[in-house]
Design a protein around this ligand. Structure first.
Ligand SMILES: [Zn+2]
Length: 251
């Protein structure tokens, strides 16, 4: 299913990349954005930092062209705007959708460039390079944001009537119940990066503990694992839900 779709979309992406690869995304210097309620001006990009991001886009075009296509949304919303900040929420970065303008940003912090070129231990499978995993994960968020026709449209993973929401919410609830039964703290568990009790999520077809954070995170983690972890096999209903979403978002 997913593999068939990947093949179909990879034919389309050839035209996209040839037509305007450098306008798929754009590095913004000194952009004014609001983060965590604070207006701020973003940093200047260095050549090395740009090179790392460009390399990751090239990698993604090879291993997951359909994801790049969806995240770009055929440039209908303009290039993906990529900005550089010092730190944010102790995070290596995130994808953000401005709810008033509908504008989307990929925000990358110091940690993305300095701290995470290491093996992604927390996956429980071979997750490869952590910063690449992160990059794929944020592309999934961007793909979802940028698939929304209107700025006030509810994302599929947040829409209680959408199959994508139901597919993940059911599993998250089951995992929460198991953790409760085993007296394991949910907040500690979903943020932990070790492999202790990782079978609780794996048994439900979720790749990582972080997938329990929300239905949005479950989608991002599942797609990242499908692309980057050969040992991870998503259950058929998850694959179908993702495939349906990508098909409708890409049409
Ligand atoms: Zn996320």
């Amino acid at each position: 299913m997913l593999k068939v779709l990947f093949a179909i979309l990879s034919l389309t992406v050839v035209f996209l990349t040839d037509a305007g690869a450098d306008e798929l995304y754009r590095f913004l210097d000194n952009a004014s954005i609001t983060l965590e309620g604070n207006a701020q001006t973003t940093k200047l990009w260095t050549a090395d930092e740009k090179q790392k991001v460009e390399k990751y886009f090239e990698t993604l075009r090879t291993i997951a062209p359909e994801l790049v296509l969806l995240a770009s949304h055929e440039n209908a919303l303009g290039p993906i705007k990529i900005v550089r900040v010092d730190v944010a929420k102790r995070s290596i970065g995130f994808a953000k959708r401005d709810t008033s303008t509908g504008e989307t940003y990929l925000i990358l912090t110091d940690m993305f460039f300095k701290a995470y070129d290491v093996t992604h231990e927390s996956v429980g499978y071979d997750g490869g390079n952590y910063s690449l995993w992160f990059f794929v994960h944020e592309m999934v968020h961007l793909a979802e944001f940028r698939s929304l026709p209107e700025k006030d449209t509810t994302a599929p993973t947040l829409n209680p009537d959408h199959v994508l929401y139901l597919t993940f919410e059911t599993r998250i609830s089951k995992a929460q119940y198991k953790l409760y039964q085993q007296k394991i703290n949910l907040d500690t568990y979903k943020l932990s990066t070790d492999r202790v009790n990782v079978d609780i999520v794996h048994d439900l077809g979720l790749p990582t503990k972080y997938s329990l954070f929300s239905t949005q995170e479950a989608l991002a983690e599942t797609v990242s694992a499908t692309i980057l972890s050969p040992a991870y096999q998503a259950p058929p209903d998850i694959l179908q839900a993702i495939d349906d979403f990508y098909r409708s978002a890409g049409s």
